[in-house]
Design a protein around this ligand. Structure first.
Ligand code: LLP
Length: 418
């Protein structure tokens, strides 16, 4: 996280003091480093030396249209999972020939919109979905390219909520069913099965699950013989990042492992990274409201909450928490760091040692760029946080804090209650 660093005991994002951003835009606030996004994108791209992958950034990780536009300008495509994300992709002016559409439940409207936009691939998760895409394409007099998402049933060694390629998961198509689909692809003349899609899980810290999934998949493709004429492999996302002290995978080994399998076969390669690009490119900044002491416990009650960043309570996820201003002479104390929401699950950390903090002082939660803002909600009628993108010495607001009026937008008071 070299773009998020201390200078004279003050936390900075690039060349702007986080404290100044909090003063200007208020708290809680998400702050992103533009250069960090660009660096991660390039780092991943450059790890591949024998093939140029199409990197379709996974919109769900951090969906702000400014972030999407930034990556699209670097040459990225986008991995979308809903009509809403398709709308964002269009707003970000992403060439639709760089958009892939995954997800188990695409509706007819979503399928139709994506066909009209001429996206690159539908990543198809079941035969009924294939039939639906075929029917919609026929009604639009079009033929579309699809990639079958296989479920290779491999162990991914990650949190059970975010593993996706075990046979008990809802994702993808098992090999036996995929074989039947290939055998009767003639039934679906408006789709062309041009690719295979895999997504093994998220926050993977080893290369082996990717390689194992690919190896199993290649053996399966070979067993299909002439039934299968694909030209693209999409390996999905999943590359892990460092949240704490954990070891993560080497990008070089990841890329080499994939290239060893893909390159001799001449396939095109698509990647769908989300967390790797966004995770350590953003922080979440919150202000201490109260210090509350109970028997045997000390709570820091902050103005951010589980509606802003749900990962700690949802996945027991660890986010490093640091003071925005390090103060000399302050000792470290053990706190439960909690928000104001009326749920015991509203916490960011339990029994966490941080510098002694007082009301009005700021804390930063690190590694909050991915699945932070994008998973936020309005629970407890809390407006969503502001988002700020820092580029060099400038802090650009990319989303204003939600106002009360926005909370009621779309709500209707029937006449008899007026
Ligand atoms: N492609 C597909 C088909 C996916 O389902 C996902 C993530 C990605 C790509 C991007 O994966 P990544 O590179 O970010 O690992 N909310 C959870 C993570 C859920 C991931 C869902 N799918 C979290 O906060 O840890």
């Amino acid at each position: 996280m070299q773009h998020i660093h201390y200078k004279n005991n003050e936390l900075y994002c690039e060349n702007v003091a986080v404290k100044k951003i909090a003063e200007r835009f208020g708290t809680p606030v998400y702050i992103y480093s533009q250069q960090a996004f660009i660096d991660r994108y390039k780092e991943l791209k450059n790890a591949f030396t024998k093939i140029t992958p199409l990197i379709c950034y996974s919109v769900k990780a951090c969906s702000n249209v400014a972030i999407l536009r930034l990556l699209v300008k670097q040459g990225a495509g986008l991995d979308i999972v809903s009509g809403g994300e398709l709308f964002r992709a269009a707003r970000a002016k992403c060439p639709m020939a760089r958009v892939v559409f995954a997800g188990v439940g695409k509706t007819p409207d979503e399928v139709s919109a994506a066909i009209r936009h001429k996206i690159l691939f539908f990543n198809v998760e079941s035969e009924p979905e294939l039939a639906r895409i075929n029917a919609v394409a026929r009604s639009l007099r079009r033929t579309v390219n699809i990639a079958l998402r296989l479920n290779p049933d491999v162990e991914s060694h990650t949190h059970h909520y975010i593993t996706t390629a075990k046979k008990e998961n809802k994702f993808g198509i098992d090999f036996a069913s995929a074989r039947r689909i290939f055998a009767r692809q003639g039934k679906y003349p408006n789709v062309r099965i041009k690719g295979i899609h895999l997504h093994v899980g998220s926050q993977l810290t080893r290369v082996s699950p990717f390689v194992n999934a690919l190896k199993k998949t290649m053996a399966f493709i070979d067993s299909l013989g002439t039934l299968c004429s694909i030209d693209t492999i999409n390996i999905g996302g999943g590359v892990g990042i460092v949240y704490d002290q954990e070891r993560t995978l080497s990008l070089k080994e990841y890329a080499a492992g994939i290239e060893r399998i893909i390159v001799p076969r001449g396939y095109d390669l698509i990647l769908e990274p989300g967390r790797f690009i966004a995770g350590n490119s953003g922080i979440f900044v919150t202000e201490v409201q109260y210090v509350k002491k109970t028997t045997g416990k000390r709570f820091l009650i902050v103005d951010g909450a589980m509606n802003d960043l749900v990962r700690p309570t949802l996945y027991q996820a660890y986010h490093e928490i640091v003071p925005v201003t390090k103060r000399r002479g302050r000792k470290a104390l053990v706190y439960d760091i909690v928000g104001p929401i009326c749920e015991s699950g509203d916490f960011f950390a339990k029994k966490r040692k941080v510098q002694e903090m007082h009301p009005d002082e700021l804390l930063a939660l690190k590694s909050a760029g991915a699945y932070g803002f994008s998973m936020s909600s309005n629970y407890n009628s809390r407006g969503r946080a502001a988002e700020v993108l820092v580029s060099g010495t400038r802090a650009h607001p990319i989303r204003s804090r939600e106002e009360y009026a926005t909370l009621l937008k779309g709500e209707i008071l029937p006449t008899h209650l007026k």
